[in-house]
Design a protein around this ligand. Structure first.
Ligand code: FES
Ligand SMILES: [Fe+2]
Length: 474
């Protein structure tokens, strides 16, 4: 038996009815109950690997990054030998945070500002004023307490678990599928942070399915109109141009891809016909650069402008585009990732790197999001959005996190992300309605959302409802 914090006894291995999902239903309590947030913070976030920062954020020995998840603060520190260690960010004297934010430790040591205790970068206690006045303290309790750390794709991952699984096993199948893209060699083009009035999962869910595309982003159905099409709501008949974006649930993560319906027949023909025209495909790529500010780089944009002037040929426009982007990038000194179209399609798309990271992967760049829960309030979260890119040597721009108290305080999100951001507050507010019980999900294009709850149930309630068949909805 496990005691849940409201004092009720819950049978281990069983999800309490108020939090139990159906095959395609998720109760809203998982998004709005403070108690559920507490369960997530206590049982999920203390167990799973999660990205703390990018390696490029701590380039030099002594550089540190403070990662905050709920009430836990973890410091990630670059070592003298360039390796990385992580520690609970609590001085072993009286618990004060040793570092705050990001920075570089002066004098080759980390220093607590309260009584001046010092630690080497590897966490060992290096200076305690009046040390002989701490005679009772066992030797092994002086050092900073370590947290498991690992790297993949240029991210530094941390886990508070005592005995975490191998990081690459946990991330499966991302390391294999994304190896050709060499995410670890990408660097920030830009990065922004704000705070949203919604549960962190409300925000994640808005970025891990493509079913909302025609409803929220109607301009993406209208590439025939040019690089900046109308954003008027789409009438029902226009939904034939909607992309088909099935979700693929994995053991620990999810993904959705853009593809054709298996039984499409004529249904996708309108869309396919358009995609065969170079200027229509090129318009979409130009739109990405202009109004998503990612998914296409400035270099890709120039390629798209050229592609828009070309006549249709036997080579599909997207194949031409990829060839031209690669040629131009190589010509301009970029160590562009080489891969077959098969490898591209195996990694391209939108990945939910459970629990906090979402990445949309292209060859030249990726668009990323990270959503972090608030420590107390299920109706608040941190939202980060960034673009990473393969740069030519010497061309990596200086960037830092641009932080906005409200997303409305910044007008540079781009048209498409702005449409998503405008939805968020209303989605979460609507969930509180007495007339709303929970989410009814699309069985083909929203199973990423169902999967995130199935993964969470393993950690929170010890329930593994996919033990037999591998994955929900697979
Ligand atoms: S709490 Fe850090 S030195 Fe006292
Ligand atoms: Fe969107």
């Amino acid at each position: 038996m496990t005691t849940i914090d409201n004092g009720t006894q819950e049978a281990a291995g069983k999800v309490p009815p108020r939090y139990a999902c159906g095959e395609t239903f998720v109760p809203k309590s998982r998004y709005i109950d403070p108690e559920f947030l507490k369960l997530e913070l206590d049982r999920l976030f203390t167990q799973v690997w999660q990205p703390a920062c990018r390696e490029e954020e701590i380039p030099e020995p002594g550089n540190y990054y403070e990662y905050t998840i709920g009430r836990q603060s973890i410091m990630v520190v670059r070592q003298k030998d360039a390796s990385i260690k992580a520690f609970y960010n609590a001085c072993t004297h009286r618990g004060m945070k040793v570092v705050r934010g990001t920075g570089c430790a002066a004098d080759g040591e980390l220093r607590c500002e309260f009584h001046g205790w010092r630690y080497a970068f590897d966490g060992r206690s290096s200076f305690v004023p009046s040390r002989d006045e701490f005679l009772n303290r066992p030797r092994e309790q002086w050092s900073l307490r370590p947290v498991a750390v690992g790297t993949w794709g240029g991210w530094v991952f941390v886990s508070m678990a005592e005995d975490p699984p191998d990081l690459l096993d946990w991330l499966d199948p991302l390391p294999t599928a994304l190896a050709p893209f060499r995410l670890q060699d990408m660097r920030f083009r830009w990065r922004k942070r704000t705070f949203l009035p919604a549960n962190y999962k409300t925000v994640i869910d808005a970025f891990i399915e493509g079913y909302h595309t025609p409803g929220t982003h109607p301009q993406t159905l209208r590439a025939t109109q040019g690089p900046r099409p109308s954003t008027e709501p789409a009438p029902p008949q226009e939904f034939v141009y909607a992309p088909y974006t099935p979700t693929i649930p994995y053991r620990n993560h999810s993904r959705f891809i853009y593809t054709a319906r298996p039984d499409s027949g004529d249904k996708d023909s309108a869309r396919k016909e358009q995609a065969a025209r170079p200027e229509v495909f090129a318009n979409s790529m130009q739109y990405n650069y202009l109004e998503v500010r990612s998914l296409a780089t400035e270099r890709d944009y120039r390629v798209a402008q050229q592609l828009a002037t070309m006549e249709p040929s036997d080579v599909p426009p997207f194949v031409l585009y990829h060839q031209m982007c690669e040629e131009l990038a190589l010509a301009e000194g970029v160590d562009f990732p080489k891969m077959t179209m098969e490898q591209y399609f195996a990694g391209n798309g939108d990945w939910h790197v459970f629990p906090t990271l979402v990445i949309l992967v292209e060859k030249s760049c990726i668009l990323g999001y990270r959503m972090l829960p608030d420590a107390e309030d299920p109706n608040q979260c941190v939202f980060e959005m960034f673009s990473l890119e393969h740069f030519a040597p010497g061309e990596v721009p200086e960037t830092s996190w641009l932080e906005f108290e409200r997303w409305q305080d910044h007008d540079g999100w781009g048209e498409l992300p702005t449409q998503d951001l405008r939805n968020i507050g209303a989605i979460h507010a609507g969930m509180h309605s007495k007339g709303f019980d929970g989410l009814w999900l699309n069985t083909a294009q929203e199973m990423s959302i169902r999967n995130e709850h199935a993964i969470a149930d393993r950690f929170i309630f010890g329930v593994d409802d996919r033990a037999d068949d591998g994955a929900v909805g697979a």
